[in-house]
Write a protein of this length. Sequence first.
Length: 369
Amino acid sequence: MSRHLRWSVALGAAALLPLGVLAPVATATSAAPSAARTHAQHELVEVPARAALRDAVDPSECTTTLLDDYIDGLLAEMTDEQFAFLVAHQDVLLAMPTYEALFFGSPDDPDFALDSHARQLTNTYRDLQRFWDIESDDIQLMAMHPDGLLDADRIAATLTLMVQTGELDPMTPAEITEEAETVAAFMQAQGDFYLNPLWTLNAYAFSGEGESDPVIAALPDKLVFGDGILEAYDAIGLGDVGPRVIMAHEFAHHVQYELGTFDSGPSDPAEATRRTELMADAMASYYATHKKGLALNRKRVADALLSFYTVGDCQFASPGHHGTPLQRERAADWGADLAAAARPRSMVLPAETVVELFDAALPGIVSGS
């Protein structure tokens, strides 16, 4: 994938409904506001809820995670009217909070301040900055919240930039205004429906370095955590480790950005994404189990990683392929083994060395040999 952005989300495949052409991993179909419009050709930020929505109708044998039942519950709690509205307006409901944080978010803006698990995430972020030997002072840490779905002006501003940057199919200003007003009015009339975790069930790392689009290139490096993903980890009993481990996975993508790892892998998009995602799992496990990192139990770390992304997947040809569940488990085990082998126990390998060692081990992680 050419975009210098990776997202990670804990979504169960059995959770959402599949209508239309969607992103590799998420739940929502890409139907447009009122018609079954084909989604844009690429996504700057992949939105996992789209695939979950698709897989709820056409389950994949490789998508079961600890979050499946949780996401099923979110959908089951919707009224028929709410679910129908989700299907018809998924580009806004499932993507707007993600892209609003990307385009407009700032750690100094209360609208994007961390709330849930704020201290846990902030402390882990600072610890990761010390742990990995890369330049990371320029990364902005922030949250995405669902409140913008109540505000037609905020929805319209986000959709405008999504269309401008090719993340959404073309819409006229009048169409954008109409869609924004329709969504805001519906959400305002539905009580606390705007707080559904599904809208912010996402976390991602972003870097605009090397992008040709001036809007995207001007965006600062970011780590963004949705309220929904944090609420989900609490619900499945991993709230103590999940946010920290996912922070480690997303921070690993920033390590990859700094080292140019995305430019040194396979030419095939699916293989390239599998490599960097499995590597991020391994690096997260290395940090999370290392004595100088979080020093967590390796089983809890693996559980958090495997439930993080719906698509420990079988979509082998998809540009969003993250690796099968077994491959992701082997990558996490590899990282934990590397941490356990440190001599002295406090020694932390340079990030570049970890990448080189992982690349050498990748064939065995993929094949299981």
